[in-house]
Design a protein around this ligand. Structure first.
Ligand code: FEO
Length: 170
């Protein structure tokens, strides 16, 4: 059993994960509109991963005998200055999510809620990977160039991404 406060905090995270999916869908649509099919693929898969994160949170709340609250999802931005800008926004967004997960972990610690602390470990590890990947792509875009042949080379690399759904969120 989790406290009402924890249930609400986890439900707010479901909302944040849905917003993440919305944001990456918007970026996929932007990339597609400027003919960067590889980047569109990368963002679309990212959006699907975020949906898997919502399911993990949702299932956990229910497994604890509580009921997830479903809050309204904010509208994401629809335009970006360049692919580099979209990935810089991705990195900033993932850093913000990392902070939110840390806040949840702190709440679980304060409540001596060991089950939720263990549950959140997966998200803590995931965020390290999320930030590292976004940072790598930002770095490669800066190195290769955000226009012309360099951009198309990075776009080709982004086309190779395939969806891997985390265990427990299939
Ligand atoms: Fe669900 Fe990208 O963090």
């Amino acid at each position: 059993m989790i406290t009402e406060e924890m249930s609400e905090a986890l439900s707010r995270q479901i909302n944040a994960e849905f917003y993440s999916a919305y944001l990456y869908l918007s970026m996929a649509s932007y990339a597609n509109a400027i003919a960067l099919k590889g980047a569109a693929n990368w963002f679309y898969i990212q959006a699907q991963e975020e949906m898997a994160h919502t399911k993990k949170m949702y299932d956990y709340i229910e497994s604890q005998g509580s009921r997830p609250a479903l809050y309204a999802i904010d509208q994401p931005p629809s335009d970006f200055k360049s692919l580099l800008h979209a990935f810089e926004e991705t990195l900033a967004h993932e850093k913000m999510v990392t902070g939110r997960i840390a806040d949840l972990a702190n709440l679980a610690h304060d409540e001596k809620d060991h089950a939720t602390q263990i549950f959140l470990q997966w998200f803590i590890t995931e965020q390290v990977e999320e930030e590292e990947t976004a940072q790598e792509i930002v770095d490669r875009l800066k190195l290769a160039g955000d226009t012309g042949p360099g951009l198309f080379m990075v776009d080709g690399e982004l086309a190779a991404r395939v969806l891997t759904v985390p265990a427990g969120a299939e």
